[in-house]
Design a protein around this ligand. Structure first.
Ligand code: FNR
Length: 183
């Protein structure tokens, strides 16, 4: 089984990309998480280009189609979804009849250096994914003050947050038809 990880941050040392990789380390044997690494190459969406999508869009489309589930980790920019992540989701949402996100199990987690852990960005990402037709896990994982909240392995240091992450992954795995994490 394959889970596609999508980080909403393009930053080299992104907390969210680290969190994604940390989440990947929790997955049971037989489930792999691959982090999509071409988000920065996706150009601005235009309906004019919809029928000849650029290579990076085609790559994301294929990666989602080849995955059993999608896990998004996103920071919050100005109380909302980072523009490049929203732009990528807009691309993937079209054509509506063939979007690979339709019916795809998806979950959203997130980290910010502020006090609220990107909760608005996570809520809006869940809303966008649901609108596109994904089957979105109804959970959030707010990692606040991310500079101090994550260990070297990318996992939350706080026990409750780590449990929340495990619960989110369990729901995602269940939705994708996989066994849950080991207790
Ligand atoms: C931020 N940041 C931020 N944090 C937050 O909690 N709420 C917000 O609205 C914003 N707004 C915002 C706008 C912009 C343009 C930037 C660059 C940053 C701070 C953000 O949480 C912090 O930079 C994170 O470290 C970004 O995540 P990555 O890149 O570490 O994954």
């Amino acid at each position: 089984m394959r889970i596609l990880g999508l980080s909403g941050s393009l930053r080299g040392d992104s907390h969210n990309t680290r969190l994604l990789r940390g989440a990947g380390g929790l997955l049971p044997a037989g489930v792999e998480l691959e982090v999509f690494d071409q988000l920065a190459a996706i150009p601005p969406y235009s309906e004019d280009d919809e029928h000849e999508p650029p290579a990076a869009v085609a790559a994301l489309r294929a990666a989602i189609a080849a995955s059993d589930a999608v896990l998004v980790a996103t920071p919050e920019y100005n109380a909302s979804i980072p523009g490049q992540l929203k732009n990528a989701l807009d691309w993937i949402s079209r054509p509506v009849a063939t979007t690979p996100l339709r019916g795809k199990p998806a979950a959203v987690i997130g980290a910010s250096t502020g006090l609220f852990g990107a909760v608005w960005a996570q809520a809006e990402t869940r809303k966008v994914l649901s609108t596109i037709g994904a089957r979105v896990v109804d959970r959030e994982l707010p990692i606040a003050q991310a500079d101090e909240a994550l260990g070297a392995d990318g996992l939350p240091l706080d026990t409750d947050a780590l449990q929340q992450l495990s619960a989110t992954l369990d729901e995602l795995l269940e939705s994708a038809g996989a066994m849950p994490l080991a207790a």
